[in-house]
Design a protein around this ligand. Structure first.
Ligand code: CA
Length: 357
């Protein structure tokens, strides 16, 4: 009798522990992740996604998931985010995939490509067209996960001191333009460079460079380029620049399943939100630029220049694909997806906008 009662007590205590203590402990445990941004402090719309994601994750988890953010001012390594997250020094990063092309060439394709997809088309590719799977395939060997981190939309072709009227005008042109587009311009005789954001204004003002591209009105207004360069060219090189959330795989795996879902959802919502905010701010800021500096002239590159850029672009892409099997798989996937989705864009957005002034 005594034995039975004792056994029951033990079982009751065990049941209590299982029902009351374990979930309670789980519900109280706070997981803290550290995130490093490529951007300096107060960097306009680029500073928003990490903060919005952290705030959402914290609220959705009832305080169980805390994300601490360090800007580049703190960690002093804007382009070291990949390595720091890989090493586990940080659990997460907010940056852009094409900054890592010098380390891992195939990371280049997940930000934006010259003459490539628009933001909407590219989101379709990421989430429904196999893009996310290919991106993971590139990042997995480095113990990293990569997620879309907010889109700037079509970027402007840049600020120029002189007009570009022919392919010859590109020869010797000193221009700040990073990524694949820089390689394309170099093929046509230009001298592309990458200059840190803080030095861009002075470089253009002192004519150390002849031209630069940055983003578009959403980010350009605060830089003041419209005060020192008369020509604002429309874009060809970054039609839908997607920023990136990087996550250390081990840090992610340590989270309980619900917090993993909360984190993933918060990143996706924050990316979507930056995309809208960028569009909003570009509209507002362009109105401001036009009102304050009516002499700024918007120009598009002549058809022969665009044709030459496109030819150089296609030749470089073919080289990339020929040199690397995974690069070929990614580029084929993008080309195939765009081949289908662009036909829809043509009779939808393009037809709508072309049908009236
Ligand atoms: Ca840019």
């Amino acid at each position: 009798m005594f034995k039975l009662t004792f056994a029951r007590k033990i079982m009751a205590a065990a049941a209590c522990a299982a029902v009351l203590i374990s979930p309670a402990q789980a519900a109280e445990k706070v997981y803290t992740l550290k995130l490093a941004e490529t951007w300096p402090t107060n960097f306009g719309v680029f500073s928003e996604p990490a903060r919005r994601m952290a705030d959402l994750a914290n609220k959705m988890s009832n305080g169980r998931l805390e994300i601490r953010i360090d800007t580049a001012n703190k960690h002093k390594s804007a382009f070291g985010v990949f390595d720091m997250v890989r090493a586990g020094q940080y659990d997460m990063g907010h940056s852009a995939s094409y900054y890592w092309k010098g380390k891992v060439p195939n990371t280049l394709y997940f930000t934006t490509m010259p003459f490539g997809m628009t933001a909407t088309e590219q989101y379709g590719w990421f989430y429904y067209g196999g893009g996310m799977e290919l991106m993971q395939k590139v990042y997995e060997p480095f113990n990293l996960m990569s997620f879309p981190g907010g889109n700037t939309g079509v970027q402007m072709g840049g600020w120029f001191q002189k007009e570009i009227n022919s392919v010859e005008d590109l020869e010797g042109l000193k221009m700040r333009i990073p990524g694949f587009a820089g390689e394309v311009l170099a093929k046509l005789g230009a001298n592309p460079t990458n200059i840190p954001p803080g030095e861009l204004y002075t470089s253009l003002e002192r004519r150390t460079i002849d031209a630069l591209e940055w983003v578009g009105p959403s980010m350009d207004l605060r830089m003041g380029f419209h005060k020192i360069a008369p020509y604002y060219y429309t874009g060809w090189h970054e039609p839908g620049t997607e920023l990136q959330f990087l996550v250390n795989k081990r840090s992610f795996d340590k989270l309980p399943a619900d917090l993993q879902e909360i984190l993933t959802t918060a990143m996706r919502v924050a990316a979507y939100d930056m995309t809208i905010q960028s569009y909003h701010e570009s509209g507002q800021n362009w109105a401001t630029m036009k009102a304050e500096f009516p002499n700024v002239e918007v120009k598009s590159f002549p058809p022969e220049v665009l044709a030459a850029l496109r030819k150089a672009n296609d030749e470089l892409l073919a080289e990339h694909a020929a040199n690397d099997e995974l690069a070929k798989e990614i580029l084929d996937s993008q080309a195939e997806y765009m081949g289908v989705v662009r036909q829809w864009t043509d009779i939808a957005d393009r037809a709508y906008l072309n049908s009236f002034e």
